[in-house]
Design a protein around this ligand. Structure first.
Ligand code: MLT
Length: 260
């Protein structure tokens, strides 16, 4: 584990392998262990940077973040680590952050991998849901948030066949401090839309969806694919919202084909 200090936060990250750099950005409320099943495979040909976003995993929260500010932080990190142009890959909330990065710092990107994510902003009903989740986090804590989210995160196949993944996921979610949950839920609720960015992107884009994802369903990924000209779409079978945890081999294959 390495550490990078920025704006009062200590970022924990892994920096493995060498070659074309790829930065991996996890979703909510997770940490860089989301990518554990694919980093080794990717690091055989690439420099892989897997970050814990502020407050998650082994990183400290510092002064808090928005989706847009954390994209700026990642650009600063890429510069400070001398990565040169990077491929940015993000899952769900990590995908929103990578979209913000493409919007705010297109010059540092050579490719974008959007995994189990969306490009639209939250609609009023979804914002309501965030406020309810905020209330739940404040009154009942991280375990209640994990209880609420867990059933929607994984495919029925994963839940049936992989009790260890369910246990690991629950542990990851329950470990997040309430202050971090609050910061991230507000960041998610108030994020900008990036749907209008997709047709303007001038870089290669890979979109990955889980066939059983109920949070960012394949139909959303298909619409993003239609919108981002020249993008590639891969649907991962027997995967829900966390395809790198659920089907690491298939996701690593899609990453490697894109990066090659
Ligand atoms: C995530 O996995 O990061 C969240 O599901 C994102 C969201 O709720 O929009």
């Amino acid at each position: 584990m390495k550490q990078w200090s920025h704006k009062g936060a200590e970022w924990a990250y892994d920096d493995l392998g060498s070659g074309r750099p790829i930065v991996l950005v996890h979703g909510f409320p997770l940490d860089r262990r989301l990518w554990a099943g694919i980093v080794g495979e990717l690091a055989t040909h690439h420099r892989v940077i897997a970050v814990d976003l502020p407050g998650f995993g082994q990183s400290t929260l510092g002064q808090g973040f928005t989706i847009s500010s954390v994209a700026d932080d990642l650009a600063a990190m890429a510069e400070s680590l001398n990565l040169g142009p990077i491929v940015a890959a993000g899952l769900s909330m990590g995908g929103y952050i990578c979209e913000a990065l493409a919007d705010q710092h297109p010059e540092i990107l050579t490719g974008l991998i959007l995994v189990n994510t969306k490009a639209e902003a939250d609609n009023p009903q979804q914002k309501d849901g965030r406020n309810k989740m905020l209330e739940l986090a404040r009154t009942k804590g991280s375990r209640a948030v994990a209880d609420e989210m867990l059933g929607k995160m994984l495919s029925p196949t994963t839940i049936r066949q992989s009790p260890q993944i369910v246990r690991d996921l629950r542990a990851m979610m329950e470990a997040v401090l309430v202050k971090t949950l609050e910061t991230a839920l507000i960041a998610l609720r108030d994020r900008s839309e990036y749907a209008t960015l997709l047709p303007k992107l001038k870089l290669p884009v890979q979109i990955i969806a889980g066939a059983d994802d109920v949070i960012a369903p394949p139909a959303i990924a298909e619409a993003m694919h239609q919108s981002a000209a020249g993008s590639k779409l891969t649907i991962i079978p027997d995967a829900g919202h966390l395809s790198p945890l659920e089907q690491p081999k298939l996701v690593a294959d899609a990453f490697k084909a894109f990066l090659a």
